[in-house]
Design a protein around this ligand. Structure first.
Ligand code: G1P
Length: 297
């Protein structure tokens, strides 16, 4: 059973300024909910019951968001807005939260290293706090990754999504050793963080979800600063492979996308997608968008 997950949320979000000047990017709304709420709901849906958030300066609104807020609840009751209590149901999810702060901004690998005591000797999931998987986070991809991990000996299972050739420099890219079929796990021979398109071994991009054995921590301790001068999680996985460990990849199922909130282009796309297909507001919004796009364009 894999019931622990680590959610790094310490990144500064500089690519989303000014929106992120005084609020974390993980708290930006995509449709009705902040990004990190989708991530937590996805984890809960996939059997995770303990979540460690790796935070940093300016991230306390994330902690507040997952607290039960009796003052707000009382206010809604007293002002006859009880129907809004349904919007706070997520506070009751069967999940325990843990928080720790990354001391310095030394990269994603360093952030994950802060989870060592939390994870203990158990395998655990990592879900990047600025990426939603599947529309409205309905994805069961993580459950599939857990099954893959438990079915065959390996040190890590990593989620992948195929991206356009001009996008490979934004992601960790796999060199698959076996064919990456839909639904089937494949072996990874190498993993390169944000390669130039000319040097990318494939278009298979790391899609923000991972399962690790505790052996990732030893690899992270050995990992020297890489791309951007940061300790890269990708480089630690690479060390595992070089040390003879098996690392497996799983492609997100067809129809499930990774929504990356790290830059405005992908954030706007995610917002548009979630709003246009919101169960309540979607039909009206699609009508509005059709009118807008039809106007003199
Ligand atoms: C991180 C990882 C990268 C991965 C990406 C999306 O990059 O370093 O390998 O492909 O997340 O999952 P970041 O978006 O933090 O720059």
């Amino acid at each position: 059973m894999i019931t622990n997950a680590v959610v790094p949320v310490a990144g500064l979000g500089t690519r989303l300024l000014p929106a992120t000047k005084s609020q974390p990017k993980e708290m930006l709304p995509v449709g009705k909910r902040p990004v990190v709420q989708y991530v937590v709901e996805e984890l809960a849906r996939n059997g995770i019951s303990r979540i460690l958030l790796i935070t940093g300066p300016g991230k306390t609104s994330i902690e507040n968001h997952f607290d039960v807020d009796p003052v707000l609840i009382r206010h809604l009751r007293e002002t006859n807005k009880e129907e809004l209590l349904a919007e706070l149901e997520f506070e009751r999810a069967d999940v325990r939260f843990f928080y720790t702060r990354q001391k310095m901004q030394r990269g994603l690998g360093d952030a994950v290293l802060h989870a060592e005591e939390f994870a203990g000797h158990e395998p655990f999931a990592v879900a990047l706090g600025d990426s939603i998987i599947g529309r409205h986070a309905q994805s069961l991809a993580l459950s599939h990754m857990k099954e893959v991990y438990l079915a065959q000996p390996c040190a890590a299972v990593v989620a992948f999504e195929e991206v356009a050739a001009d996008q490979v420099q934004h992601y960790g890219i796999a060199d698959p050793a076996t064919p990456p079929g839909d639904g089937e796990a494949f072996m990874i021979r190498d993993l390169i963080e944000k390669p130039d398109p000319a040097e990318a071994p494939s278009r298979l991009a790391v899609a923000a979800r991972y399962i690790f054995s505790e052996r990732i921590f030893a690899a992270l301790r050995e990992t020297r600063p890489g791309k951007g001068g940061e300790i890269q999680l990708t480089d630690a996985i690479r060390l595992l492979i070089r040390g003879g460990e098996r690392v497996l990849g799983v492609k997100l199922p067809p129809g499930e996308r990774r929504y990356d909130i790290g830059n405005f282009e992908s954030y706007f796309k995610a917002f548009l997608d979630f709003a246009l297909f919101d169960p309540e507001y979607g039909p009206e919004l699609r009508e509005y968008a059709r009118g807008l796009l039809g106007e003199g364009r």
